[in-house]
Ligand binder design. Sequence first.
Ligand SMILES: [Zn+2]
Length: 341
Amino acid sequence: MILIHSERFAEHQTPPGHPERSERAEVMDVVAARWKARGVEVVAPRAATREQLARVHESDYLRRISETTGRSVALDPDTYTSPESHEIALLAAGATVDAVERVMAGSQKTALAMVRPPGHHAERNRAMGFCLYNNVAVGAAHARAQGAGKVAIVDYDVHHGNGTQHLFDADPHVLYISTHQYPYYPGTGAAEEVGRGPGQGFTVNLPLEVGAVDEDYRAVFDSVVSPVLRQFEPDLIMISAGFDAHERDPLAGMRLTTPSFGAMTMALRKVAEECCRGRVVAVTEGGYDLQALAASLDSTIEALSGPVADPRWPSSGIASSRGRDTIALTKRALTAFWRLA
Ligand SMILES: [Zn+2]
């Protein structure tokens, strides 16, 4: 496993009280140092190139973001730049490209791009939800350009990744699977959104009611996420690893405990072992409680760096039918595309 991280990620500043604050990068610094001391290789990213970004973003948008260099700008009601933000966002997208290159070349089985700002809300021509460039999408497009036939993106951030879905919703070579609180920001992610044109069936949404617990996530992974991935047979699995479905998170209302992040990651490693020589690239997204962020990163890195094993799901001891309800909705929407028991 390799960790791709830069202490420069703290240079992207947001206004006082903003949840995507630079202290998140300092947590990542501590986590990176801890795993480096345990023998995990940690490397600094290169900046993404214009060509790499232009696979998913419009040239006019790239020009608009680059023009924020040296300035503090509100791009939307949630999304801000500071003078260094453009340069830092290039490093976040570049870290994802680096992770993809190393894993696709076979020098590493798994990689984590531990970055900020996050990316999955960024659209082709629009910054939103704290995101400037869509890091995971830039990485998936790079994997495709380097010869990967099929890429799967699994997004367990508590928010729906509207940007990632829209960038690939007509593309049958990139499967997008998302678990998220619903209804919630950004509003997209209904089970009936299954992709369009040749991409129909290659968008899989698992909208969960607020309050979902460990067992609900385990149910949707066992009944939908893993079976769909096995049938899709990707050449690479990417993870939009957001930690804001944690019970401590101040933004959202899910109740996941820390070990679930390792369990979800391990469940994906198991499928990757079967269909793509274990190739998994994770990219951080949200996660706004600093203590939960550190613990969830540790759980995820432990799952990415150790041997492949059965996922160890925690038990909340709370009865919930949210997972079952979601599985029923998603199965109904996707019955024409995937065999789901
Ligand atoms: Zn989020």
